[in-house]
Design a protein around this ligand. Structure first.
Ligand SMILES: Nc1nc2c(c(=O)[nH]1)N[C@H]1C(S)=C(S)[C@@H](COP(=O)(O)OP(=O)(O)OC[C@H]3O[C@@H](n4cnc5c(=O)[nH]c(N)nc54)[C@H](O)[C@@H]3O)O[C@H]1N2
Ligand SMILES: Nc1nc2c(c(=O)[nH]1)N[C@H]1C(S)=C(S)[C@@H](COP(=O)(O)OP(=O)(O)OC[C@H]3O[C@@H](n4cnc5c(=O)[nH]c(N)nc54)[C@H](O)[C@@H]3O)O[C@H]1N2
Ligand SMILES: [Mo]
Length: 775
């Protein structure tokens, strides 16, 4: 770092990830921010056979884990839900919606758990309590009144259990639509769309045990210290075994560099730590595909050279000829891609790219992990496919210690997809629903998240029902989205805590409180468990142990069933039976999806079971029954990549947030305290603009032609950070105002949250807004 950041609240972080800092952060958070009672903490049974699944992330548990694996951000996620604070009818009576709108996201959720079903009253501009039955009947009547079922949107956030999600899609499809915007559309859609074309399966191929056998783990575009902290324990083992970890990320993230395991008394007491990434490469924001192509180009050259010298081949030629298609086209594309282009777009040196290729060639088994740094781009799907290409070149899919590992987001986002939350259902799924339930599901495809907002904006969609989440704040372009939402006829939110989406009032607006995953779910047959699927296709049970936050809460499955009954009086589904005992829902899931054979029995095994994954066994479910090398289309001609805008903005999560939920205003590992109105930039980029740390700037988004737009963030405080050239970073969701709704990956529709061309200039104002809260 060339210069110390001099402003208050910005100080480089010197420690490792984890360690005493993590323990202290949890203790502070639980005591102060989250107001969790001591006796409740004793009930935490996270990720244990008898307990609830951690709502924090989708990283799997080590098999047969007997003890609670400590994770700072998991503890925060649980405590945030287990708070003793309540958002009651008295609170809503005392504050108009217009007044609440002025509050920050942090303040809104900070009010605690929702306790009663509420309905908006326009005359008083307040939410008022309503009886459950009245609410359900009113919503049912409104839904029955729409001529076209496709004018209703059914949103899902990825915390919903398999049971809730399955009933949700059943309700929507019997109602008559495939409109399933969901958080996956903003997250790993490029994985769901890109991987089936490449390897026939839209999921990762590795199991946790594969990390015990890998020689090389490439971590591209994810930040496990904050977003998947339990992964650090796995990486620590990899590193201790002497295997290599290589990080490729525009920002130097402490969680990829060093870790002190709170599970290790020796590391904790000696203040020691384990090095994670042996090498760290700073790729330019949006430069991954170019970097990957550079690595493959090098690999091909190494292969030719080895063959000429009579040395062992670098590529796995047997695997390529027996299992794949398209190598010639890939080679031609790599030949056509100039080093000049690769270096310019990736922002890396040729030596760095060659180094990655040499490490990859030297490793027997390689796993590539990736997150939002790969997916949330204009070319997110093609980025994912380039990763698959690189793995296929050396046969690194479908054998022990090797494979592709997308790090999923929400704890059950993968499971929701598996049980039918998709706007592009397969014919097999639709036929199967018809066979099992006897109604004809709609055949035409529905809306994903961006398409849903567009339909609402254009008045084609009239109603939005949200099973959790905060769609309005999570999606791009709040300028368009907020206005669109206010035009709806009906909006129904099923939620645990108050957020900004709930304050965008439709003609008829309902806010319905649900049980969280930590809470006991009592139904007619007794206490219920639900099930979830992690990033590695492991399905296991989760049973809440805490007393519900209010006696008026409904479980998500019960609420969805209630809505369905109120909407569809002639329904073919026995909703009461489903809800009385969730085993009946699991039987129905098994009847529709053969992969869930013996579901109720297998899920009772400690640790659950793994869903079959054909690609892991080298069975390729592509049309030609072979894995496909995919050539990038469009990018070489695209002005966006060729022109190489001077600065590209990426949007990030801080250490103190869960998506749109802010736990606090700190970002410990990046050295930020008490604020979020910052812009990360490298020392060189700052110097070339005569900017110093602590200066304030205004940032303007550019359109693809490089013209200025009206999208602007003002008074951002410069933070000099060890990061790639040509790149700047700001926090999500504040920076969503910089992303136009129509700026998304053409294949998967994912908003390009992480490739926004921008310019920055010194602020007109001399003083930064130090409240740390941007609205
Ligand atoms: N505590 C906590 N846990 C979470 C979440 C949370 O908000 N808080 N969210 C959950 C969800 S829904 C998700 S999807 C996951 C998200 O987990 P991640 O995928 O880790 O999410 P991000 O913070 O968006 O960004 C990831 C990393 O990508 C890097 N990056 C940015 N742009 C680029 C690029 O162009 N190329 C490359 N190579 N890297 C880039 C950033 O520097 C950052 O380190 O975490 C889940 N877990
Ligand atoms: N710029 C930018 N935008 C992004 C991203 C980014 O990296 N950059 N990331 C994207 C990603 S990966 C995602 S996944 C989306 C997140 O999009 P969402 O999943 O829609 O958003 P969350 O912030 O996770 O939702 C938080 C709300 O969920 C509700 N909630 C919490 N627990 C429960 C529960 O158990 N049941 C129910 N019914 N409700 C509950 C609470 O009311 C809380 O306010 O955002 C996307 N937006
Ligand atoms: Mo996500």
């Amino acid at each position: 770092m060339k210069e110390q950041n001099r402003d208050v609240g910005i100080k480089p972080y010197g420690g490792s990830a984890g360690g005493w800092g993590a323990l202290k952060a949890v203790a502070d958070a639980i005591r102060h921010q989250m107001a969790v009672k001591q006796d409740v903490i004793a009930l935490f049974k996270v990720n244990q056979p008898e307990g609830f699944d951690c709502p924090g992330c989708a990283w799997p548990d080590p098999r047969h884990a007997s003890s609670f694996e400590f994770c700072e951000n998991g503890a925060k996620a649980v405590s945030w839900e287990a708070t003793s604070k309540r958002t009651t009818p008295a609170f809503f009576a005392a504050h108009t919606v217009s007044e609440l709108w002025e509050r920050s996201a942090f303040e809104l959720e900070g009010e605690g758990r929702l306790t009663h079903p509420m309905k908006y009253d326009a005359a008083s501009d307040t939410y008022q309590p309503i009886e459950w039955d009245t609410a359900l009947q009113e919503i049912g009547a409104l839904l029955r009144g729409y001529d076209d079922p496709d004018s209703v949107e059914f949103y899902t956030s990825g915390r919903a259990s398999n049971e809730a999600a399955f009933l949700w899609q059943l309700f929507a499809r019997e109602y008559g639509t495939n409109n399933f915007p969901d958080c996956s559309n903003m997250c790993h859609e490029p994985t769901s769309v890109g991987l089936p074309e490449s390897i026939g399966v839209g999921k990762g191929t590795v199991e946790l045990e594969d990390f015990d056998h890998a020689d090389l783990v490439l971590c591209i575009g994810h930040n496990p210290g904050t977003n998947h902290p339990r992964m650090l324990g796995t990486l620590r083992e990899v590193s201790k075994r002497g295997a290599k970890i290589v990080a490729i990320n525009p920002l130097r993230e402490r969680g990829l560099e060093r870790f002190t395991s709170p599970q290790s008394p020796i590391e904790m007491l000696s203040m020691g730590s384990t090095q994670l990434a042996s090498t760290y490469y700073k790729v330019r924001v949006g430069g991954d595909a170019a970097m990957l192509k550079g690595v493959m180009k090098t690999l091909l050259a190494m292969h030719d050279k080895a063959l000429a010298a009579g040395e062992p081949p670098v590529l796995d030629e047997t695997f390529i000829s027996e299992h794949t298609e398209g190598i010639a086209a890939l080679k031609a594309d790599l030949d056509d891609t100039s080093w000049d282009h690769i270096l310019k777009v990736s922002g890396m040196d040729i030596a760095e790219i060659q180094n990655i290729a040499h490490l990859y060639a030297a490793a027997e088994n390689t796993i590539i992990c990736y997150g939002m740094g790969i997916t949330q781009h204009q070319y997110g799907t093609q980025n994912v496919q380039q990763i698959a290409n690189l793995l296929l070149l050396r046969g690194n899919i479908g054998r022990r210690g090797a494979g592709i590992c997308p790090l999923r987001g929400h704890s059950n986002v993968q499971g929701d997809r598996t049980v039918g939350i998709t706007e592009i259902p397969s014919q097999t799924l639709l036929d199967s629903l018809q066979k099992v339930f006897g109604f004809t599901p709609p055949q035409q495809h529905g809306h994903g998240a961006v398409a849903a907002i567009q339909a609402i904006r254009d008045g084609r969609s009239k109603a939005l029902l949200c099973l959790g989440g905060n769609l309005a704040e999570a999606i791009s372009d709040p300028q368009i989205t907020f206005e669109a939402m206010r035009k709806l006829d009906l909006v129904v939110h099923m939620a645990t805590k108050l957020n900004r989406s709930h304050l965008l009032m439709a003609k008829h607006s309902y806010l319905l409180p649900v049980l969280g995953r930590t809470e006991r779910d009592r139904q007619a047959s007794g206490d219920q468990s639900v099930t979830v699927e992690d990033s590695m296709s492991m399905v296991h049970a989760s049973r809440g142990t805490l007393e519900p936050a209010s006696p008026h809460l409904k479980s998500e499955p019960a609420l969805v069933a209630g809505l369905a009954k109120a909407t569809l009086p002639a329904s073919r589904v026995n909703w009461d039976k489903m809800v009385s005992d969730y085993s009946n829902i699991r039987d129905a899931i098994e009847a529709v999806f053969p992969a869930f054979e013996n579901f109720n029995q297998r899920v009772m095994q400690p640790g659950g079971f793994r869903l079959h994954n054909a690609a892991s066994e080298r069975v390729w479910l592509t049309p030609s029954k072979r894995a496909q090398f995919k050539v990038m289309q469009g990018i070489n001609e695209d002005p966006r990549s060729l022109r190489c805008h001077d600065l590209v903005l990426t949007t990030l999560r801080s250490h103190d947030q869960y998506n749109t939920t802010l736990y606090g205003l700190n970002d410990r590992y990046r050295g930020i305290t008490g604020r979020r109105d910052v812009l990360f930039i490298s020392a060189d980029e700052a110097e070339s603009r005569q900017l110093r740390s602590g200066d304030t700037v205004d940032m303007t988004a550019l359109d693809p032609q490089g013209n200025r737009t009206h999208r602007r963030m003002k008074n951002l405080t410069i933070v000099i950070y060890d990061m790639a050239p040509g790149s700047v970073a700001a926090y999500y969701p504040e920076a969503n105002i910089m992303v136009p709704l129509d700026s998304h990956d053409t294949q998967s529709g994912i908003p390009a949250y992480k490739s926004i061309p921008v310019v920055i200039e010194p602020s007109a104002a001399t003083q930064a807004d130090s409240s740390g809260v941007l609205r």
